[in-house]
Design a protein around this ligand. Sequence first.
Ligand code: PGA
Length: 255
Amino acid sequence: MRSRMIAGNWKMNKTYDEAVELATGLADELKDGTGSVDVVVCPPAVDLKGVAEVIEQKKAPFALGAQDVYWEESGAYTGETAPNMLTNIGAKYCIIGHSERRGYFHETDEDVNRKAKALLAHNIIPINCCGESLEVREAGKHVSFVVEQIKKDTDGIELKDPNQYVIAYEPIWAIGTGKTATADDAQEVCGAIRETLASLFGKDLADTIRVLYGGSAKPDNIAGFLTEEDVDGALVGGASLKADSFAAMVKAAMN
Ligand code: PGA
């Protein structure tokens, strides 16, 4: 069986001090553990070290993730972060292909694919985001659009262990808008993603890779998504910025 995952994407929020405070608050909220639920927090790059220290000092039951990476090992790439820099400060996960990076920073599926390969080479687990715009959904092409994204993003990748990779389906029209997809909408696409993973990596592996839903997921709607067969958790933006609301989502996933 797949264990559930709740991941927080803090985006460009929280100064260093605020990030340490949030991580500390979350460690307190989750001091009794998270059962079989894997919990990840993804702060901005400059906050990673501070959050890593909180995790270590408080033996917090959550893992550290980054929000982006560059695929080169080192060199003249001003502003970028290399995979081994993430490993070195204790990051275990990294979001790639978020729609904000695809949209504002013109990240392509080829870029996402390079990032995925670089992360895997450094034993960092990619949280590979995918999702369609409102226009694509209204044209009824959302399933084929997302399936294509996943095929391109994972092109040439060989997985040995299902825990090496996480997919997050995040319909763009539901991100930060308060407009959630229905649980059935999420299941339709997450189910298609799992079938695609089965065709790429084999059924056994696909059956155990976590597929998350993201887009205005909150404490009061998370339970509905989690009843769906192919939704294994959530990638949470806004509701991950407060320790109590994020912890409430983790606790909902523990039930
Ligand atoms: P949201 O963001 O929960 O604020 O909609 C989700 C995401 O973009 O990962």
